[in-house]
Ligand binder design. Structure first.
Ligand code: GLP
Length: 244
């Protein structure tokens, strides 16, 4: 779906998320959200916070699982996805802190495999992801599933692609400070979500958006696996859609 600007599009996405949360509330059920970081979802979070401030939306039945985190990364560090999520959403809404899950960037390497297995188990025990919000990297990554990611992949440690590290360099005051690894939910983790929305804004995403939507399904462009998802929508502004 193509929108003339990201503000209008983000409002609609926030409304879909809010209505899912409310539907679940009415049935006294939990709502399990898979959440993303990066600049793309910021306005969606802003809208959700606004709805909460106006008293229209409560997060008391919401359980969240974030897609990814750099490795190594302290949660207090400004570049961490923990910091990002607190700043843009969690500090401003009534979510129970126990219901927030973000991959831990401080896990010692020898413990990571078990940590990732446990992250998958927690998602399953929560009832699976009702909704997954995604951005897309210029490499075609979703979460941090870089080119080469297998469709059966679960949560795991990965090596960041050079392009991804270059794109993150300004946040880290130089490429040399960007972590080389990350923990990310896998392609299969994302594909199991009942509903998926991917957001892409701006001309820099136009080429990867074209490959994702019109190209073949390939691990060279991990986002292209979403072509096989039965309930995924890609939401674009006119610049991101300009090569379609
Ligand atoms: C990072 C995140 C991704 C995100 C991507 C795009 O690499 N791990 O989840 O989709 O950045 O970021 P942006 O939305 O800022 O373009």
């Amino acid at each position: 779906e193509v929108f003339s600007n990201s503000e209008t599009a983000s409002k609609l996405v926030a409304e879909e998320i809010a209505s899912l949360i409310k539907q679940k509330q009415e049935k006294s059920e939990t709502c399990v959200l898979g959440l993303a970081t990066g600049s793309s979802p910021i306005k969606v979070y802003e809208e959700l916070v606004n709805m909460h401030r106006k008293g229209e939306l409560s997060f008391r039945n919401v359980i969240t699982f974030n897609l990814d985190e750099y490795l190594p990364m302290e949660p207090e560090q400004q570049q961490s996805y923990h910091y990002f999520m607190n700043q843009h959403l969690f500090d401003h809404v009534d979510i129970n802190p126990e219901n927030i899950h973000i991959p831990d960037g401080t896990i010692p390497v020898e413990d990571i495999d078990q940590y990732c297995i446990d992250y998958e188990i927690k998602i399953k025990e929560a009832g699976g992801l009702d909704f997954q919000l995604l951005g897309i990297g210029r490499t075609g990554h979703i979460g941090f599933n870089e080119p080469g990611s297998h469709p059966n992949s679960g949560t795991r440690m990965i090596n960041l692609n050079h392009v991804t590290r270059v794109d993150a360099a300004s946040d880290f005051n130089g490429l040399e400070n960007v972590p080389k690894k990350a923990v990310t939910m896998g392609i299969s983790t994302i594909m199991k979500a009942k509903r998926v929305i991917l957001l892409a804004w701006g001309h820099k995403k136009a080429s990867v958006v074209k490959n994702t939507i019109e190209g073949s399904i390939t691990s060279n462009i991990p986002a292209s696996f979403l072509q096989n998802h039965s309930n995924a929508t890609i939401i674009l502004d006119s610049e991101a859609a300009s090569e379609l």
